[in-house]
Each structure stands twice: as structure tokens, then as C-alpha cells.
Design a protein around this ligand. Structure first.
Ligand code: LLP
Length: 417
């Protein structure tokens, strides 16, 4: 459930009409609903309330400081994947003991900064990384808490680019090598194995793959404990899907939690979850203005002032996003159209072959469900300044990141003389 809906045929975010924000801020912009964000977090947390757990929101989904701040105030921790994300966590005062650090390519300086900050654990993805962490922790006179990220070889049944838990994917330690590496880790002087981690992919719309992965890592956990390796944290990653179309019904957080908790069945662990999309995906919307409408030989093109540099999901994953008029009018015919951006690429589209009400130049349209992996994956391609981000709470809104200027984009560049 989210708080983007029509009131008197004007699309609102909570109680603020989106056309009013467009008037003040210009277009395009991302608009986030604080109420929706909080609701999604609360529902997720409630679902796991019966067990000892820590929710580490996956910062990559949307790393806006305003969003992180709202979540950390609600008790969220963070799943981070870079030194930049660690710095964001620091800026809004997230305690280190609520941070887990994932990713296959952690650099020496990222590891050092995280050790300095005192994070809860590193989710280690290779033997090389384990050794590097051990060496660096030794140099700093510290002992690094770690989990191994296990690749359970389970098919998450999602887009191949966002599958992570298959043998052919670069992520994690193969299940068959994990026990051995845990034994090595336990023998190292400057790391302490305290956790076990897996994350099998993103936008999962069924529960079976989660359960299957859990079954595999649970066995490993039992073996480790028998060997005296004291695993306290079981991190099951993120990945729960969201509805991008009204008729989609992915499992909600309650069903997801029930399935996982049934499988855990009283196992004495602190559960860690790393949700990203399910928290923020439907808490954000992209508002853009129609520049031109052009009639090709086969169909209509609605050309907007936002492009694939602002929202790359359709181009990269052929992702579906609902497109809505900001002003709903009932005198408009439905036509078959592509909604496309101004970028010089055929992949620059938000919707293809979509039945949509007719749009005219100057009108506003909204691309729904873009709170996750929207702004955070945006770029300056075609030397386009990144768009403004706006936060709404009830009847109040504020720009939480101003639109970039062309001046800003160019000021770091120099000529080669
Ligand atoms: N934990 C780890 C280790 C991850 O790699 C990810 C996402 C998450 C948690 C959060 O997953 P979520 O709950 O958001 O599904 N750009 C793609 C999604 C990439 C996901 C990368 N990893 C997209 O737009 O669909």
C-alpha cells in the first residue's frame, strides 16, 4: 500500500498534488512519500517481531540521506556495499553495530574505514577477501567480525541480471567450499566468524527459492555449531519483490516472514534481513513533462523530459513501470504508445506498446514504483544534470537534493595542456 493516489483527478503524494511540486521544482523530479516509507518499514519489522532480528535496509536501493535518516530513526540498520555508502551511514549517525558490509570487491581502504567505524560484520565473498580483512585488522590491532556469504546455487527465478545465488554468478562462496573456509577463518588471528549470510537475488515473486536457500544454509549452520564455530547471526539478504503492475501479487512481508520463520523453527540465531526494494520501491515516483508527441508509422511516441539516465530499469532489465497522467481527464481516448526519453538510444524508453490516455505537450506524467534503483542508478549520460529529489510528509514537501546544474557537471573537468 502506498500514498500516491488521485484526489479530484490530480495525482497526489500524500496530501500534496504532484503538479504543485512540478510548478515549484520544475521537472523531472523523484518524489518520495515519508508515510509510505515508514509504513513499509513498520510492516516489514512487524512481520519479524516474534524473533530476535535486525533489519539492515539495503542502501543501494535508494541512498538519499533523507531516506536513510527516516529509516535509521525507526531503528533500521544498513546493508552497505561501498565506502561511499558507509559515509552516508556515518552522516546520519547509524550505529556501526547496525551495519553489515556486502560486495565482492571490497577495497583495502573500504575495509579499513569499516573496521574503524566498528561495523557489525563483513559479509565475505572470497578467500582472498578473508585474508585481506585478516591482514588489515591485524595491522589495526583489531579483530574483524565476519560472515561468509554462501552461494547456495538456488534459482531465484528473476531477471538474469539480478540473480545472484546461482553457481554461475560471481557472488558468494560455493556451498561446497564454505565449511573449509569457515575452518580457516576460525583459525585466523584477526577475524571472528560470527555470522552466515546469503542473498540469492532481487525482485523474487515466489517464496520457494528463499526457503530452499534457507534450508541449505541451515544445514551448514548446524555443522558449524557442532564444530564449535559460534554463529550468532543468520543474514538472509534481501530480494522480496513488489507489485509493479496492479495485478501482480508477490508475497507480502507477512507471508515471507512466516515462510522463513517456519523453516527456522526456533533456531537460536539473530536473524538479519537486507530488504531494499520492498521498503522503498513503491514509496517513490518519477514525475516528468511531455515535451513532444510524435506519430510514427506504427505508433505514437510520447517524448518526456526524463530519460534512461534518470531511470534505467526499463532499458537494463526490460522492467515494467506503470505510467499515469498526473491530471486525470476522462475525455481522452486510449492510444497505443511508447513513452520515451530524449537520449540518443533506442533503449531509452519507460513504456513500450502501452495503451495510455492521449497526452499533449506540456502535460505531466508519472512513472510509478521508482523509489528503488531509480535515482540511485541514475547518471549524467548525455551531459544531463541529475534530477531533483523531493520528500513529502502529509501536506508538506521539501527538496532533499536539488537538481544538478550543468555548471556543476563541468566544473571538475580540465583540458589536457
Ligand atoms: N543484499 C544484497 C547483498 C544485495 O546485493 C541486494 C541487492 C539487496 C540486499 C537488496 O535487494 P532488494 O531487497 O532490493 O531486492 N538494480 C536492480 C536490482 C539490483 C539488486 C542488487 N542487490 C533493479 O533495479 O531491479
Amino acid at each position: 500500500m502506498d500514498y500516491f493516489c488521485y484526489q479530484e483527478n490530480r495525482l497526489h503524494c500524500e496530501q500534496v498534488p504532484l503538479d504543485k511540486i512540478a510548478q515549484v521544482v520544475g521537472t523531472p523530479f523523484y518524489c518520495y512519500s515519508a508515510g509510505t516509507l515508514e509504513r513499509h518499514f513498520d510492516v516489514f519489522r512487524e512481520a519479524f517481531a516474534s524473533v530476535d532480528h535486525l533489519i539492515c535496509y539495503s542502501v543501494k536501493a535508494n541512498s538519499s540521506l533523507a531516506i536513510l535518516d527516516i529509516l535509521v530513526r525507526r531503528g533500521s540498520g544498513f546493508d552497505i556495499v561501498s565506502g561511499g555508502e558507509l559515509e552516508r551511514a556515518r552522516r546520519i549517525g547509524c550505529p556501526g553495530q547496525r551495519i553489515v558490509f556486502s560486495g565482492v570487491g571490497k577495497s583495502a581502504s573500504e575495509i579499513k574505514n569499516a573496521l574503524e567505524y566498528g561495523i557489525l560484520m563483513f559479509n565475505v565473498e572470497s578467500p582472498g577477501e578473508l585474508m585481506r580483512i585478516n591482514t588489515l585488522a591485524g595491522q589495526m590491532g583489531k579483530k574483524a567480525p565476519i560472515a561468509l556469504r554462501i552461494n547456495p546455487d538456488v534459482n531465484p527465478v528473476t531477471h538474469p541480471y539480478i540473480s545472484t545465488g546461482l553457481k554461475r554468478n560471481k557472488f558468494g562462496i560455493p556451498h561446497a567450499q564454505a565449511l573449509d573456509l569457515y575452518r580457516q577463518a576460525a583459525a585466523l588471528e584477526h577475524v571472528t566468524p560470527i555470522g552466515l549470510d546469503c542473498h540469492i537475488g532481487s525482485q523474487l515473486t515466489t517464496l520457494e527459492p528463499f526457503v530452499e536457500a534457507l534450508q541449505r544454509v541451515k544445514q551448514l549452520l548446524a555443522t558449524l555449531r557442532k564444530e564449535g564455530i559460534a554463529i550468532r547471526y543468520l543474514d538472509l539478504g534481501g530480494g522480496l519483490g513488489i507489485p509493479y503492475e496492479a495485478q501482480q501479487t508477490p508475497p507480502n512481508p507477512e507471508r515471507y516472514a512466516r515462510a522463513l520463520l517456519a523453516e527456522l523453527d526456533g533456531l537460536d540465531v539473530v536473524l538479519i534481513l537486507e530488504p531494499g526494494r520492498v521498503i522503498v520501491g513503491n514509496a517513490g515516483i518519477l514525475v516528468t513533462r511531455v515535451e513532444y508527441v510524435k506519430t510514427g508509422e506504427e505508433k505514437r511516441f510520447i517524448i518526456t523530459d526524463a530519460g534512461m539516465n534518470d531511470l534505467i530499469r526499463p532499458a537494463l532489465y526490460d522492467a515494467y513501470h506503470t505510467v499515469l497522467p498526473v491530471m486525470r481527464r476522462f475525455d481522452r481516448e486510449e492510444i497505443l504508445a511508447d513513452v520515451v526519453g530524449p537520449i540518443c538510444e533506442t533503449g531509452d524508453f519507460f513504456a513500450r506498446d502501452r495503451m495510455l490516455p492521449e497526452f499533449y505537450p506540456g502535460e505531466l506524467l508519472a512513472v510509478r514504483s521508482t523509489g528503488a534503483y531509480g535515482f540511485s542508478m541514475s547518471s549524467n549520460y548525455n551531459t544531463r544534470p541529475r534530477v531533483a529529489e523531493v520528500m513529502v510528509r502529509q501536506n508538506r514537501f521539501a527538496v532533499v537534493r536539488p537538481r544538478e546544474t550543468i555548471q556543476q557537471l563541468l566544473e571538475q573537468e580540465t583540458l589536457f595542456t
